[in-house]
Write a protein that binds this ligand. Structure first.
Ligand code: C2E
Ligand code: MG
Ligand code: MG
Ligand code: MG
Length: 293
């Protein structure tokens, strides 16, 4: 982009770029310490069945409690982690912590499927399936209680490793979901060959639903085609009831978004599930009263 901005093929230099590079460098330095310093935390956002309103799973989303900059969202640091390869170690921690949380919920009476985001880098990691298997065994979690979300663009990477990981995850028995669907250039014919069972339509389409006939046409067509291929469809980023109505009229299977719940801590999720959504969880009065402050 520096070439474009400069209008020539020469790389140019500006104080702004320099400051930006320095900020990125600082962030990477801090991120290297974040794991050891316990600064990472997983938040959880429910996915709901569009018909029954029941929670089908929660998606684990990374948060970084930076020592001076407050809580940082993954958009700020996951790309840096990905470029530096640090996402390998962070991703291993995510797998471990999501399974730990699943077991902790289970021990408190909540049986909940957890969706974990896997990066393109992790799909090429040679021990990724062993990592997941190890965590499942350690915390005594059945594979069917885990979903792995892989972005469309990562899923399309035609490397032997990526495709082998896909196959092995399918064999392991975890659920597989194609995330941010519609932002890449995959053909559904190709996706059909993957052992995925779910497509998550990218938020950019959901945002435009109310005002754009094109967005409605895309979401409707993708949903019909996905259903014809036996795939479940999830809409991400549902923020209002109008969007919900449109999505329901298109027979989308599951909905996720601020309209239902924002991402929350593991402890908050437990209370939320036991409180507002008691029909889909085991109800434990002791827990319920403990925290009603
Ligand atoms: P994603 O997997 O597509 O996750 C959905 C994102 O949309 C989350 O952002 C979530 O907070 C946000 N979201 C959900 N509902 C709404 C809504 O109604 N309105 C709006 N405006 N946003 C909504 P978040 O947590 O900032 O994560 C961003 C991305 O970072 C994720 O996109 C995912 O690609 C990546 N990410 C998050 N956690 C991890 C992780 O543990 N590992 C990896 N590799 N990537 C992660
Ligand atoms: Mg996701
Ligand atoms: Mg997504
Ligand atoms: Mg997305």
């Amino acid at each position: 982009s520096s070439k474009r901005a400069g209008g020539s093929n020469h790389c140019f230099y500006s104080p702004a770029m320099d400051a930006d590079a320095e900020a990125q460098f600082d962030l990477l330095r801090d991120l290297r310490k974040a794991l050891a310093n316990n600064e990472l935390e997983l938040f959880y956002q429910p996915k709901m069945d569009a018909t029954s309103g029941k929670v089908t799973a929660v998606e684990a989303l990374l948060r970084w409690k930076h020592p001076t900059r407050g809580t940082l969202l993954p958009g700020v640091f996951v790309p840096i982690a990905e470029r530096s390869g640090l996402i390998g170690a962070i991703g291993n921690w995510v797998i471990e912590d999501a399974c730990r949380q699943s077991r902790a919920w289970r021990d408190k009476g909540l049986r909940m499927r957890v969706a974990i985001n896997l990066s393109a880098h992790q799909m090429r990691q040679d021990d990724i399936v062993e990592r997941i298997t190890g965590a499942l065994e350690h915390y005594r979690i059945h594979p069917s209680l885990i979903t792995c979300e892989i972005t469309e663009s990562a899923a399309m990477e035609d490397t032997k490793m990526t495709q082998a990981t896909f196959r092995r995850l399918g064999e392991l028995g975890v659920h597989l979901s194609i995330d941010d669907f519609g932002t890449g250039y995959s053909s559904l014919a190709y996706l059909r060959k993957l052992p995925a069972e779910e497509l998550k339509i990218d938020r950019s389409f959901i945002m435009d639903l109310e005002h754009s006939a094109d967005a409605r046409a895309v979401v409707d067509a993708v949903t019909k085609l996905a259903h014809a291929l036996g795939l479940k469809v999830v809409a991400e980023g549902v923020e209002n009831q109008r969007q919900q109505q449109i999505l329901e009229s298109m027979h989308i299977d599951e909905l996720q978004g601020f309209l239902f719940a924002k991402p929350m801590s593991g402890r908050a999720l437990l209370l939320w599930a036991m409180n507002d959504r008691s029909e889909s969880a085991v109800f434990k009065p002791s827990l319920f009263s403990e925290t009603r402050s």
